[in-house]
Ligand binder design. Sequence first.
Ligand code: 13P
Length: 253
Amino acid sequence: MKKFLIAGNWKMNKTIAEAKEFADALAAKNFANAEEVAILAPFTQLVTLGESLKGSGIGFGAENVHFEPSGAYTGEISVPMLEEIGVNYCIVGHSERREYFAETDETCNLKLKALIAAGITPILCVGESLEVREGNGEQTFVASQLVADFKGMPADDVAKVVIAYEPIWAIGTGKTATPDQAEEMCAFIRGVMGGMYSNEVADSMLILYGGSMKASNAADLLAKPDINGGLIGGASLKIDDFSAIVNAANDLK
Ligand code: 13P
């Protein structure tokens, strides 16, 4: 049976009280396959999310992390700090961090290694800009991200990473990649991973699509063979919208 991960990325939204209300309501849904659901949230909400989601099967995690375990990095949060909270996941290299906070493939690579060593599942984001796609360079661009982001990582570690294909032109724009466009790139990513490692590793990896996924388009995207779920921004902020996407995945089981 196909494995999914339906992950909400709350970005810079919600207070602790709002996060608690949402997580309590989400836990109460008692989803089938709850372990295939996760919330990625701001650092301030993580302790509360852990408490509210405890025993529900639903995972939670952070949206970013520093690769050094400690030190003079004002404003940063380390992997051991996330471990202490018990997070399951951490996003690495979201396009908003690459664009606004100078995240590079080199720092993504260091973060992947630090998270894997701690047993936290990284969700690595890759994806091209509109300019790159209009120049038909999307596959070359995404392949180069994958090569750089996984540099020096052994197959056993790579197999534990979740990859999210998030075309920048589809994020927060309401403009979703068509299911065929999303499938084409997710299959391409799986092929690149197969070439870099093995088909066994590639086939075992979860590859998500992100970019204006919502209740109305989730089923068509999730039905595609190489799409193992979604990284969902706007539509993960409302419990009904997010639950509808989780249910769409469960209906495909
Ligand atoms: P939207 O779903 O709001 O387009 O955001 C996608 C995203 O960036 C998830 O990480």
